[in-house]
Write a new protein. Structure first.
Lengths: 265, 282
């Protein structure tokens, strides 16, 4: 792995406590996300993978009472500086953050509207009203999400009638359309059949050219096939982080080795 | 054994309710025959309600109570719908967790207050306020409409809140995740998602407003006159029926059954529509 890769996000001493929880769910995590790389998060269920991922676009803040401590730095497009997203307070700052750091969920979440409008929605929110520009951006996004050929003749049909795999690719198109810097995936294939899973994996590898990907997965084959970096979490701690090959073939920590070889989890 | 018995009993109850429905319709229809024959569909446009000499025959038309019913209901719906939506949105999307519970309980209690209490409260407390603000003599269309609105708001808000609560969190999160504001999430995700339930709740509230007797009886003025202003007194179908039932005979009685039949058919149609909307969503 070359060493000239640039960090796009840096997590420093991140602690996170859910409202009403006695213990912090994240206990001082440090992690670097490199630009245009795929970083996988693995670890047994309940170890805090989703919690960490959901801190990266501050989606936690939709629910009051969550407490953060530490820093999450994101590189600015314009100045190139690393800015702490934990300092954001206003609704429009959150909106800007989420347009730059998109998120795909475990179950596909098409909106109750047409295929076209699903992708147009975020674009319209970001201020694009011109029909020609919308059409162009939507076609491009649907192509990038490898679903254009399947939907180009039925853009006005409801998105609710698509298969699960198609819906998930539509959700990816919806995020990609906004040209985000980072895309967060939380077990995006765990609700899909093997064929749809393969299609999504291929798509994610393709996306890497344009965006940085962070993907939570409980499937270790998926992590090893797909990612450039892997981070192993256990009970709210980041136990190991490094290039995927090293983590899988030559882990530094005994705990990582036990997990990867299936001794627990 | 027990399962079998239970099944039979359920089947019996379901059949019974169907027969009751048909039975009520048949009774209304047959008692309304005399009036139907005498006035036909003109009944709907005729303004008179006059008993003939020696209590024989007379001329009876449903125009005034029908108009009174429609107008009070219209006023109530125009006031209640936006307020009920606002309350439901507040309770599902905006209110902090600590106040959702007490607020919800208050709404459910308000929905359970007997309508005669709304009527009395409206007459003694509210009618004078309406009189000072809008003129008139206190009772009339406007007062009845407003108190009717206050009565159906909790009911509408509670059902609308329940259907808005069915919009899944991940769906809302997905919208936030592409940069939607809270307002946009409510408008574009929550409302369309729970559209069926919202329309259903509006129609059910409409049905309730149409058939409401006691609250309106206190407040509408109960006079057989076409209202010229919004504060004028008039009457409505249920109020007319309740007031005249004890003394009416023959053709007047039959005409009242005719009015009841109209109310029954309209309410039945509304409830069926509401059911369709609820079912389409579930
Ligand atoms: N909303 C919440 N409130 C309180 N605790 C939560 C909440 N969500 C998750 N947790 C807890 O945080 C821990 C980590 O959960 P999560 O990040 O979902 O794990 P993973 O994604 O690795 O399976 C678990 O112990 C879970 O019970
Ligand atoms: Mg998870």
């Amino acid at each position: 792995m070359n060493t000239t890769q640039k960090p796009i996000m840096e997590i420093k001493d991140l602690r996170f406590i859910y409202p009403g929880a006695a213990q912090p769910t994240l206990k001082g995590n440090n992690l670097t996300i490199y630009e245009n790389q795929i970083t996988a998060m693995i670890g047994p269920s309940g170890c805090g993978k989703s919690t960490l991922l959901r801190a990266l676009n501050r989606i936690h803040d939709l629910y009051p009472g969550c407490k953060y401590d530490g820093e999450i730095l994101l590189r600015s497009n314009t100045t190139g500086e690393m800015n702490d997203i934990l300092k954001l307070r206003k609704e429009n700052e959150f909106i800007k953050l989420r347009q730059q750091v998109g998120m795909i969920f475990q179950k596909p979440t098409p909106f109750p509207m047409s295929i076209y409008d699903n992708v147009a929605y975020g674009l319209r929110l970001s201020g694009i009203k011109n029909k020609g520009e919308l059409d162009g951006r939507i076609e491009k996004a649907l192509k990038e999400a490898a679903i254009w050929d399947e939907v180009k003749n039925r853009l006005n049909d409801s998105a609710m009638g698509m298969s699960g795999g198609q819906q998930q690719r539509l959700c990816i198109a919806r995020s990609v359309a906004l040209k985000p810097k980072v895309l967060l995936f939380d077990e995006p294939t765990s609700a899909l059949d093997p064929i749809s899973t393969a299609a999504i994996e291929e798509l994610i590898s393709e996306l890497k050219k344009d965006v940085t990907v962070v993907i939570v997965t409980h499937n270790m084959q998926q992590a090893s096939r797909l990612s450039d970096y892997t981070t192993f979490m256990y009970l709210g701690d980041i136990i190991e982080f490094g290039p995927t090959e090293e983590v899988f073939l030559n882990p530094r920590e005994k705990l990582t080795e036990d997990y990867i070889t299936g001794r627990f989890g | 054994m027990g399962g079998r018995l239970f099944k039979d009993f359920s089947l019996f109850s379901a059949t019974l309710s169907l027969f009751l429905l048909i039975g009520i319709f048949a009774v209304l229809f047959s008692y309304a025959q005399a009036s139907l024959h005498e006035f036909g569909f003109n009944f709907l446009y005729m303004e008179q309600w006059e008993i003939g000499e020696d209590d024989e025959g007379g001329v009876f038309g449903g125009y005034i109570p029908i108009i009174g019913t429609l107008l009070t209901t219209l006023i109530a719906m125009v006031i209640a719908t936006p307020l009920a939506m606002g309350i439901a949105i507040f309770l599902t999307e905006i209110a902090p967790a600590a106040i959702i519970k007490p607020f919800s309980i208050a709404i459910e209690l308000l929905a359970a207050i007997p309508s005669i209490i709304y009527g009395m409260w409206g007459l003694f407390y509210f009618a004078p306020i309406v009189q000072t603000l809008f003129g008139g003599n206190g009772v009339g269309l406007l007062t009845a409409g407003i108190v009717l609105a206050i009565m159906i708001i909790p009911f509408m808000a509670a059902i609308t809140r329940d259907s808005m609560n069915t919009a899944p969190d991940v769906l809302k999160e997905s919208a936030y995740a592409i940069g939607a504001t809270k307002f946009e999430v409510i408008k574009d995700i929550v409302m369309p998602y729970s559209k069926g339930g919202i329309i259903g709740s509006v129609i059910l509230a409409l049905g309730r407003a149409l058939g409401e007797t006691m609250a309106v009886a206190f407040l509408i003025g109960s006079v057989m006159a076409i209202p010229q202003k919004i504060t004028d007194p008039t009457t409505s179908i249920p109020v007319l029926l309740a007031n005249n039932f004890a003394e009416a005979q023959d053709l007047e009685m039959s005409s009242m059954y005719y009015l009841a039949l109209i109310l029954f058919v309209v309410s039945f149609a509304l409830i069926s529509m509401a059911k369709v909307y609820f079912m389409r969503k579930r």
